[in-house]
Design a protein around this ligand. Structure first.
Ligand code: BMA
Length: 361
């Protein structure tokens, strides 16, 4: 087992290709990654993550060996986050123009340097073709689950997803353990799987169908993360929880809105929701994480040490935190600093906190 290993150790492989012993026989790349995350929590560490980190940044796109986090903090994020939206359409690139081949190469490179990868999925509805944000069809989920055409179309999407996960192999041919965070922010109603768009029973069935189908395809390298938006209480947090047998990580997606004026609300909501996630995770032997967060444009120059760190210090069992992307084509849409940004020095300080884990290039 890899307990005690952190993303900085650089010496661990999540591939499951080690010599077989009675212990390793029952291991999968997923179980190895779960043990590794639990070991990191036991060491008091929080892995830092950034979306699309290695493929574009605030002022660049498509270069190799670059990263806004590397160029400010001096190391790569320990967690790289990716999105699989449009994989289900058979396209070569995702909804933010990231080529899937390049994404796969970066996932392999991140695993090789001792880091971890996580995936979200802003997918189109299999029946209507509507994108994730199209909330006009209140039967979108129901059709996928309960109509013959919907079931067949959804299965095709899940097959493409399974093929992608199964294709994530390291230099030795072993599968790379990764995190998958499907059907996220479902307590809100901005995606077609949101709270006002489907019943709790259908939401749970959607999740279970996804997990069970990937399992049936032999996908043994995926760790599953549940990630509602901010929640009032544990009742709301758990209302659509699909079950302990299909979830490994209990997360939350919480953003700061409105610049400095939004700090108080963010601290309150993020701390409350992450504490709920951590308490429920602890009760079930699961892992807690701040699965998506950030303050767009970073108008609070000490946001990382002054705001985010306050949340993380109040929930020390959070295994990782992911901030969203630094879009190269939207000047205000960034969540990590870039060289020369006023929040750069504070971010470096955040990265030098021994509790926060980054990985060396
Ligand atoms: C949103 C924004 C969009 C992007 C989407 C999926 O939060 O960043 O620009 O297309 O996520 O990555």
């Amino acid at each position: 087992m890899l307990s005690g290993a952190t993303a900085c150790s650089g010496s661990t492989s999540a591939s499951g290709t080690k010599a077989e012993t009675p212990d390793t026989l029952s291991q999968t790349p997923a179980s190895v990654l779960i043990a590794r995350l639990k070991g990191s929590v036991a060491e008091g560490k929080t892995l830092f993550g950034h979306h699309d980190d290695a493929v574009y940044g605030h002022t660049w796109c498509g270069d190799s060996g670059r990263s806004d986090v590397l160029e400010t903090a001096g190391a790569y994020p320990a967690v790289m986050s990716w999105d699989l939206g449009e994989l289900e359409s058979g396209r070569q690139s995702n909804l933010d123009s990231v080529n899937f081949g390049r994404m796969r190469a970066e996932v392999i490179a991140q695993a090789a340097r001792g880091g971890i990868n996580t995936f979200s999925w802003h997918l189109r509805n299999a029946v209507s073709g509507a994108d994730s944000w199209d909330v006009t069809d209140t039967l979108a989920v129901s059709r996928l689950l309960h109509t013959p055409g919907g079931k067949a179309a959804f299965e095709k999407q899940l097959d493409m997803l399974a093929d992608f996960f199964l294709s994530l192999t390291d230099a030795e041919g072993g599968r790379i353990g990764v995190i998958f965070r499907p059907w996220h922010e479902h307590t809100g109603s901005w995606f077609w799987w949101g709270a006002n768009l489907c019943s709790p029973a259908d939401y749970k069935a959607l999740w279970r169908r996804t997990r069970e189908y990937l399992d049936s395809r032999g996908v043994d390298n995926v760790v599953y993360a549940y990630s509602p938006d901010r929640c009032r209480d544990s009742v709301q947090y758990l209302e659509r929880y699909p079950g302990d047998d299909v979830v490994d990580i209990m997360g939350a997606d919480i953003y700061q809105f409105g610049g400095a004026e939004g700090t108080e609300r963010y601290l309150t909501d993020a701390t409350r929701t992450l504490r709920i996630a951590a308490a429920e995770a602890e009760r079930r032997g699961k892992i807690a994480a701040l699965t998506e967060t950030g303050s767009e444009s970073l108008t609070v120059p000490d946001w990382f040490t002054g705001v985010l760190q306050t949340v993380l210090d109040s929930v020390p069992s959070a295994a990782y935190v992911v901030v969203w992307r630094n879009a190269s084509d939207k000047p205000d849409h960034f969540y990590a600093p870039y060289p020369g940004h006023p929040a750069e020095a504070d971010f470096r300080k955040f990265a030098s906190n021994p509790k926060n884990v980054f990985v060396k290039p």
